[in-house]
Ligand binder design. Structure first.
Ligand code: PHB
Length: 250
């Protein structure tokens, strides 16, 4: 693969172009993409043209660029995340019907919690989670569960970084976090009031496959709502997801 004078490969440059798209920035001009990807304008335009040609990017009538449906199609084809989401969805709907707030499914991905699905009630309270969006492991309830059961190496890497407080209640001190994570492993769940937003409480449980935690199932409740019912509902749902995952392997 041809390398540029700066040493990055053609694949690196394509990934940099695709990485300029975020949950908040879904449409850009080719020049903006080039600037954000740190690429010379001619290189950016050439890569964008190629990706539009192959359908991985799409151009609208105003000549602005967005991610293409073909990218979505390819990403979901045979995807482990899709299989997990499909196995979890019926149980998430049961949680949602009972708790009537927000129900979410997240996995650990590159030291963050990546949300594969979110179901919300029309009258539900605040929630900053987005599908295909990410939240910090140390601040979200799903992230805390994923971090609690992550490999030691991942946990230590995350705890060694400066951890940002997203609210007054985010635990950022590594020793306090270590204690919190040990408590999560002991109890098998977390209740995280105000950890990410002062107005909400996240409640999360692990989802296991062959004994290993592969995801977190969570609900986001108004800060002072009772959590017991949500917790027992989540735990029963996690067991059903585990059974569905085992069945889907057959
Ligand atoms: C959480 O998982 O703890 C959480 C996520 C999103 C929110 C609030 C809490 O908006």
């Amino acid at each position: 693969m041809a390398n540029s004078p700066s040493g990055d490969s053609a694949v690196d440059r394509v990934v940099r172009v695709l990485d300029t798209f975020t949950a908040d920035r879904t449409v850009q001009t080719a020049s903006e993409i080039g600037r954000r990807a740190g690429l010379p304008s001619s290189t950016a335009h050439r890569i964008v043209d190629g990706l539009v040609h192959s359908g991985l990017l799409e151009r609208d009538d105003a000549n602005r660029i967005r991610l293409g449906m073909r990218l979505w199609e390819l990403a979901l084809r045979g995807s482990h995340a899709l299989r997990l989401r499909q196995a979890a969805l019926p149980s998430m709907e049961t949680v949602q019907a009972r708790v009537r707030e927000h129900t979410q499914l997240a996995v650990l991905e590159h030291d963050e919690a990546l949300f594969l699905e979110r179901l919300s009630h029309p009258d539900a309270g605040a929630n900053i989670t987005r599908i295909a969006g990410r939240l910090p492991l140390h601040a979200s309830s799903s992230g805390l569960v994923l971090l609690a059961y992550a490999e030691n190496e991942v946990r230590e890497r995350v705890l060694a970084r400066p951890l940002r407080a997203l609210s007054a209640d985010t635990v950022t001190d590594p020793d306090s976090l270590r204690r919190l994570l040990a408590g999560i492993r002991q109890r098998g769940h977390v209740v995280a009031p105000g950890s990410i937003e002062t107005v909400s409480t996240g409640v999360a449980v692990p989802v296991r496959q062959n004994g290993a935690v592969i995801a977190a199932l969570s609900v986001v409740l108004p800060r002072d709502a009772p959590t017991i019912d949500a917790l027992t509902t989540l735990m029963a749902a996690a067991r059903r997801v585990q059974k569905a995952l085992n069945r889907s392997r057959d």
